[in-house]
Design a protein around this ligand. Structure first.
Ligand code: PGA
Length: 255
């Protein structure tokens, strides 16, 4: 089965509302609107509503960077799945390593979010990946397996068109150190195997993105790696030129 390539830009805590609108406008001027590649902008919460409006009637999509698992209640500072869905947000990043490590989000909490999102219209971009210490201790496979099993526990069903996994080795995020082609190939193979064990052939069809210092110079070689269905991009998604170059590489890539 051919999986549509996906490019998601995770802006993290960057860009005001005005800057977000202007940025997306510049990308729209340079990138042909088509249905062959899924391009997702994940701005901060404060820009979501206006970016959804700016991109209305285009093939570009909008994702949030976080969500709470409960539908409503006394959770100061949190945003629910329905709130995102009601303004036209289509995707949400869950389990990003910065949420896991800076905000102490556990596999259990991440799983609750995944369950809430999986039964909604939103599509999770579920992030997993090992730290440098774990890799150096030979624990990469174990961590990948655990994060998948715990994060995707208790899911009644899985629709590969409504679920995305992103492999992001923590040591490669924002460091300029990209995982090697062999490391990425090995991790993606293990991820696909774990997904197949849990969900059968549907599991294998779940797109798996690579993330961690992706830029216009390494995108092509990473894209050639078996099992890489696209990218989750931080730093390079903030610059019009870099992001457009990566999009062009993905669009022109012969599969
Ligand atoms: P980076 O970030 O591309 O800046 O390494 C990736 C991410 O955090 O998703």
């Amino acid at each position: 089965m051919i999986i549509k390539p996906i490019i998601a830009g995770n802006w993290k805590m960057h860009k005001s509302n005005d800057e977000s609108i202007s940025f997306v406008g510049k990308i729209q001027k340079r990138i042909l609107d088509d249905e062959l590649t899924e391009i997702i902008f994940c701005p901060p919460f404060t820009s979501l509503f206006s970016i959804v409006g700016t991109l209305d009637n285009s093939s570009f999509s909008v994702g949030a960077q976080n969500v709470h698992c409960d539908s409503h209640g006394a959770f100061t500072g949190e945003i629910s799945v329905n709130m995102l869905d009601s303004i036209g947000v289509k995707y949400v990043i869950i389990g990003h390593s910065e949420r896991r490590h800076i905000f102490d989000e556990s596999d259990h909490f991440i799983n609750e979010k995944i369950i809430a999102v999986n039964s909604s219209n939103l599509i999770p971009i579920f992030c997993i990946g090992e730290t440098l210490e774990q890799r150096e201790s030979g624990l990469t496979d174990k961590i990948i397996k655990e994060q998948i099993e715990l994060g995707m526990a208790k899911l009644d069903s899985i629709d590969p068109k409504k679920f995305i996994v992103a492999y992001e080795p923590v040591w490669a995020i924002g460091t300029g150190k990209t995982a090697s082609v062999l490391q990425v190939e090995d991790a993606h193979l293990k991820i696909k195997t774990n997904l197949r064990i849990l969900f059968g052939s549907k599991g294998e069809e779940i797109p798996v993105l690579y993330g961690g210092s992706v830029n216009e110079n390494n995108a092509e070689s990473l894209l050639k790696v078996d099992g890489v269905n696209g990218f989750l991009i931080g730093g390079a998604s903030l610059k019009v030129d870099s992001f457009c170059k990566i999009i062009d590489i993905v669009k022109n890539f012969e599969r």
